[in-house]
Write a protein that binds this ligand. Structure first.
Ligand SMILES: *Cc1c(COP(=O)(O)O)cnc(C)c1O
Length: 333
């Protein structure tokens, strides 16, 4: 019988997040929670930044990748793992696999530029170059997993990934037990699923807010339509937030629906403002996807109660110097 998508049939308990944390602890450092004096003054609240771009892989995706790999059986570790992401997940998985001495394969289409895959190849990742689109590369990934027995480690729609991403919320609550709201970038929803599940189990009143870019916000649109929905994906500075949620989404759609209060969309200009602000006030260079929360706050897109304790996830640093400069230059003086 189909109960529809209203019930989470498979979920995660707080214990799962603590277990994930134990698994990743030997390979990661707790990331800093930094008070933003200026943003706090501006918003009449206490704004903290969670520096997830400080991970060795450059993004929080390292948490999910490490948790997934550490949770494999010995036989699965022997076989190796496979994925199709060339972005932060692919790199995090490549790095985690190298640390754990596990064979890793990444399927990419013929169109993916070398610059995107070089850093994974440098870590010893094998590339499977196949087809002319991301969809064909993804299909190839599933084919090889089936025929060769590799474990697929997808970028977000997996309980071990969600549990790994949620470990950031455990660190937040330890450092700031009075947290009232968490703001995070929203794409496939692994990050918001993990943070939301932890925070709502600790206190259902803690606000969990997802931010996506105006064009190509697949999860936002899917929630609106009540089912996984395909959207156009024009260029965005928040390139790590692009991509669909999968028509056969198993977990994150329901997790986000259950644990996120709401999501909002912000413009490319506001993303630039977020990047520039973080560079000027905090001297950090982050990618567009990591700046959406600050961009939203600066433009009063998220209502903040007076005296609230708001944590903004700064999710990654995967941006090259030219792209960063191009984005922030208009705001530098
Ligand atoms: C993947 C990613 C996100 C979004 O995470 P999802 O789990 O896909 O929602 C946000 N910021 C950065 C830098 C990312 O790499």
């Amino acid at each position: 019988m189909n109960f529809g998508t209203d019930l989470l049939t498979e979920t995660l308990e707080l214990q799962d997040f603590y277990l994930a944390r134990k698994r990743i602890e030997p390979y990661t450092q707790k990331t800093p929670l930094v008070y933003s004096k200026k943003l706090s003054q501006q918003l009449n609240a206490n704004i903290y930044l969670k520096y997830e771009h400080f991970h060795e892989s450059g993004s929080f995706k390292y948490r999910g990748a490490l948790n997934s790999l550490n949770n494999l059986t010995e036989a699965q570790k022997q076989k190796g793992v496979i994925t199709f992401s060339t972005g932060n997940h692919g790199y995090a998985l490549a790095l985690a696999a190298k640390k754990l001495n596990i064979r890793a394969i990444v399927c990419v289409s013929k169109n993916v530029p070398r610059a995107k895959t070089d850093r994974m190849v440098d870590l010893g990742t094998e590339l499977e170059i196949y087809g002319n689109s991301q969809d064909e590369a993804e299909a190839r990934c599933y084919e090889l997993a089936k025929s060769e027995g590799f474990m697929i480690i997808p970028p977000f729609d997996h309980l071990d990934i969600i549990a790994g991403q949620g470990t950031t919320a455990l660190e937040i609550i330890e450092d700031l037990p009075t947290t009232t709201d968490v703001i995070a970038g929203l794409s496939g929803g692994g990050l918001v699923s993990g943070i939301g599940a932890v925070m709502k189990k600790i206190n259902p009143k803690i606000g969990v807010i997802g931010i996506s870019m105006e064009h190509g916000a697949a999860m936002h649109e899917s929630l609106k339509q009540g089912r996984p929905t395909i959207v156009d994906e024009p260029f965005s500075l928040a390139d790590s937030l692009l991509g669909g949620i999968g028509d056969n989404n198993q977990y994150t759609f329901n997790f986000v629906k259950q644990y996120m209060d709401y999501s909002i969309l912000i413009s490319e200009e506001h993303i630039k403002m977020g990047m520039a602000y973080l560079y000027k006030e905090h001297k950090i260079a982050v990618e567009g996807a990591a700046a959406v929360g600050v961009g939203a706050l600066l433009n009063n897109k998220v209502p903040v109660k007076e005296g609230a304790n708001v944590v903004v996830i700064i999710s990654g640093s995967n941006v090259d110097l030219d792209a960063h400069y191009e984005a922030v230059r208009a705001y530098l003086d």
